[in-house]
Design a protein around this ligand. Structure first.
Ligand SMILES: Nc1ncnc2c1ncn2[C@@H]1O[C@H](COP(=O)(O)OP(=O)(O)OP(=O)(O)O)[C@@H](O)[C@H]1O
Ligand SMILES: [Mg+2]
Length: 254
């Protein structure tokens, strides 16, 4: 897809300049954390060790679940992997690149070039149309507005949302909002989809519909990572890696 047109090679402090398309060619591993720790409010009375010396490895094409009780560190781990925050110590590697200490500008570039995000509450903007919501992650962009709109429409078509593309989000059903959120996560043709409790507010039918779309994307080669409490998700036989967390550590992996 042409959403990747504006990705450029760059270098910073000796980090090798590579295009995002090249990041993973030499390795099956797409995400790796090495002894990664995230501490909030470090040194203060309310210090929390949200992720504690955690080492995991995710291969390209995996369908991964992070499960575990509330507060076990699932969302924090997703945000570290998705370049939305930096670890306090240890490393986070995306493709063959250490993203742990990248300056914000480069973090943003990796984030945009690699990940699609789906959140529990969808976080759609209610006062604009479906199509405009889907286009949002690529603003500002070098892609011409008409081209970008066409890309968004193609993705919406593939999710059976053709008839709804010019609707305001507030007029959509729950399932349509969900598919809009998925379309928005796909606009940059991401290699990796990160979803945080995506089925928490959905009934069984919509949860199954969501999972069927994730399964299809996974079969197309995308790596899927979902944080969830929902057995409907983690009991699926196509989950290739289930990481159970407790107190910021891996309790069990299978
Ligand atoms: N920005 C923050 N500032 C301070 N503490 C935080 C912050 N974000 C998370 N925490 C704390 O870190 C720990 C892990 O939180 P996290 O949100 O990663 O858990 P979770 O497994 O996603 O929980 P849930 O299932 O409820 O979503 C919790 O104790 C939480 O209170
Ligand atoms: Mg969470």
């Amino acid at each position: 897809m042409e959403g990747s047109d504006n990705r450029s090679g760059y270098s910073y402090e000796g980090i090798k300049a590579v295009n995002s398309e090249q990041w993973t060619v030499n390795s099956k591993t797409i995400i790796k954390t090495e002894n990664t720790t995230k501490i909030f409010n470090k040194g203060k009375p309310d210090e929390v060790i949200a992720v504690n010396g955690l080492s995991i490895e995710i291969s390209k094409g995996d369908f991964v679940v992070f499960k575990g009780p509330s507060g076990s560190g699932k969302t924090t781990l997703l945000s570290l992997i998705g370049c939305m925050s930096r670890p306090t110590s240890g490393r986070v590697i995306v493709g063959n690149r250490d993203v742990s200490r990248l300056p914000e500008r480069f973090m943003t570039e990796v984030r945009r070039g690699t990940f699609g995000f789906i959140f529990q509450q969808f976080h759609l903007i209610k006062g604009i149309t479906v199509c405009d919501n889907v286009m949002l992650p690529l603003y500002p962009t070098d892609v011409k507005p008409l081209r970008l709109r066409k890309m968004a429409e193609e993705i919406l078509n593939s999710l059976n949302m053709k008839e709804r593309k010019d609707f305001y989000v507030r007029k959509l059903s729950g399932g349509e909002q969900q598919r809009t959120a998925i379309a928005r996560a796909l606009i940059n043709n991401p290699e990796i989809i990160l979803a945080d409790e995506p089925t928490a507010h959905l009934d069984t039918h919509l949860s199954d519909e969501f999972l069927a779309i994730m399964r299809k994307l996974n079969k197309q080669g995308k790596t899927i990572v979902i944080a969830t409490h929902d057995p409907l998700v983690y009991e699926k036989d196509y989950v290739t890696l289930c990481i159970e967390m407790r107190d910021g550590r891996v309790r069990k992996m299978n």
